[in-house]
Write a protein that binds this ligand. Structure first.
Ligand SMILES: [Mn+2]
Length: 279
């Protein structure tokens, strides 16, 4: 049981939400370990009740826990498997909630989402824009994931909004300006407004949070959002979220578990927003 029974392992296929772990971290450029996150996030989810902070009890949500994928941590094989399985979740009209893994896993998940949702937008909460054309010779580094997404057919810079950015570089700023990716930096996050147009893929890198709130992540950057800020921002989302991933929680660096716990809380609050939109 995950998230105090919100995600049921034995629910039949009519689930509206499907939780799935993608334990992959070969794209980590600094400190790997994010492949261990799905297990830790599930474990810490048991410390909260099934109610959101506003008292919305999610216990009866038609939500299924599909477990974790078995991945060999090699990019090509893993991405193919992730894209296939996430695509099968979309086939059932459910919303996948994907637990990473490093940020690379967003690429195959977003590809699967694009196949199923026209005019898909990407809302990318992260300290980093991940717009490197290639990083240390690796085009499939987690630092390149948005650059790869921009190359997909049907994706333009205008369909991508990044929030929380505070660690970039001249070559990434160049890509951002040329492509038209919308950037809301960490210091201006309160200006985020969502008017609710179109389906959205929500990708949440836990390092959007300040290291004081989420120390357990591979590439922390000071000056980030508080957990309170992040939950309030999630509550402001009006668009129809069609998929969500939570990535870059690294249990090897999360001795107190507060990073995993923050991930749990944010997922629950986002679930509540998504469930409301479906009513
Ligand atoms: Mn990041």
């Amino acid at each position: 049981m995950s998230f105090c029974g919100i995600f049921k392992p034995d629910l039949p296929k009519r689930a509206q939400f499907v939780l799935i772990g993608a334990p992959y971290d070969s794209g980590s450029s600094y400190r790997p370990g994010a492949r261990l996150a799905p297990h830790q996030i599930r474990e810490f989810s048991e410390s909260l009740s099934s109610c959101t902070e506003r008292g919305d009890d999610l216990i009866d949500l038609p939500a299924r826990d599909a477990g974790d994928l078995i991945l060999n941590n090699q990019a090509e094989d893993s991405f193919t498997k992730i894209e296939t399985v996430v695509g099968e979740i979309f086939d059932t009209k459910a919303i996948p909630i994907i637990l990473g893994g490093d940020h690379c896993i967003t690429l195959p998940c977003f590809k699967a989402a694009l196949e199923h949702h026209k005019n898909l937008k990407l809302l990318y909460l992260d300290a980093h824009p991940d717009l490197y054309p290639s990083f240390h010779g690796d085009p499939y580094s987690h630092a390149c994931v948005v650059a790869r997404i921009l190359e997909l057919e049907g994706v333009s810079g205008e369909s991508i909004t990044q929030v929380g950015i505070r660690s970039t570089s001249s070559d990434q700023i160049k890509v951002q300006k040329e492509s038209g990716v919308k950037t809301i930096h960490a210091w201006e996050f309160e200006s985020f407004v969502d008017k609710g147009d179109g389906p959205v893929y929500l990708s949440l890198d836990i390092d959007v949070l300040d290291p004081a709130f989420a120390p357990g992540t591979g590439n922390p950057v000071p000056g980030g959002l508080s957990t309170r800020d992040l939950i309030t921002l999630i509550h402001k989302i009006r668009s129809r979220i069609v998929a969500m991933d939570v990535i870059e929680v690294n249990p090897m660096l999360d001795s107190s578990g507060i990073t995993a716990l923050a991930a749990v809380r944010v997922i629950m609050e986002a679930l509540s927003v998504m469930a409301q939109a479906r009513k």
